[in-house]
Design a protein around this ligand. Structure first.
Ligand code: SAH
Length: 258
């Protein structure tokens, strides 16, 4: 499921440049027995299957006892991952995050937060979700990517990895990139244009070709404010606004945004 996402474009370049690395672990490898069962029916009845706690604990504890990048491969290392018993202490300072629709809702601020730790562990659920004791005894954080239910945590994990990676210094190739993005400033980004100057009867704002950097910067700031005011007024309440920003917004309000 991750092939393509992690092997292309910015995520690929970030890994090649050594800015980050991703190791994928199959929880099934940490389930005992020939059938490597990772799920079971829910206590109390009801439909669907629930992911068992032991393989998930074992996977996380084993993986985190190795340096980043280590990955158990049955082809190279035989049938069973080398798991220390009793399980090793989990390293301090490594967030162990369960992807879950019940978690705190992911946003740019959480992406910033997760760009700081050296290493993070992401657990992807499947089926009806994971045994509650994974939540209560193993994970340190739960994150949702939005108020809808996916069939697995993989897409959510990929969203998180992508958003965090583009914040790592050097990942975008140009340092300005991420700092101007929507939400980075608590506001939406201004409109962007590129060549051609005239397309299907639509031109570009003249100011962008004026060469006057100060005026361009002011125009962009105003567009950022206007756009946020129009599309996401809820963001303005928490945004860091200057007096000039507030004056501009008051003007918009008075003009009704025309
Ligand atoms: N029965 C669960 C949903 C299970 S969905 C409930 O109602 O809460 C199966 C798995 O998909 C979850 O364990 C989780 O890892 C992942 N998932 C589903 N929706 C998600 C979302 N919005 N954000 C993050 N992960 C999600």
């Amino acid at each position: 499921m991750f092939a393509g996402i992690f092997t292309d474009s910015i995520l690929k370049r970030a890994q090649e440049a050594g800015l980050m690395s991703v190791a994928l672990h199959n929880i099934r490898h940490y389930a005992p027995g020939r059938h490597r069962v990772t799920d079971d029916t829910p206590y109390g009845g009801g439909g669907g299957m629930v992911m068992k706690p032991e393989p998930i604990y074992r996977a996380v504890e084993t993986v985190l006892s190795y340096p980043p990048g280590w990955c158990f491969t049955p082809e190279d290392q035989g049938d069973d991952p080398r798991v220390a018993e009793p399980p090793p202490e989990l390293p301090a300072g490594v967030p162990i995050i369960l992807l879950s629709p019940q978690g705190r809702r992911f946003n740019q601020q959480i992406a910033q937060e997760l760009a700081a730790p050296e290493r993070i562990a992401l657990i992807c659920g499947r089926y009806e979700g994971v045994d509650e004791r994974v939540r209560t005894g193993l994970v340190t954080d739960e994150i949702s990517i939005g108020d809808y239910v996916l069939s697995g945590g993989e897409l959510a994990a990929a969203v998180l990895v992508d958003a965090v990676t583009r914040l790592l210094p050097g990942a975008l190739g140009c340092e300005m990139g991420a700092s101007q993005d929507s939400f980075a400033t608590g506001l939406l980004e201004y409109p962007q244009y590129t060549r051609p100057a005239l397309y299907r009867g639509q031109g570009i704002p003249e100011i962008l070709t004026s060469g006057d950097h100060a005026r361009v910067a002011r125009w962009r700031r105003e567009q950022t404010l206007r756009r946020t005011w129009q599309c996401r007024p809820d963001l303005l309440a928490a945004a860091n606004l200057s007096d000039a920003d507030r004056e501009y917004l008051a003007r918009l309000e008075a003009e009704g945004g025309s």
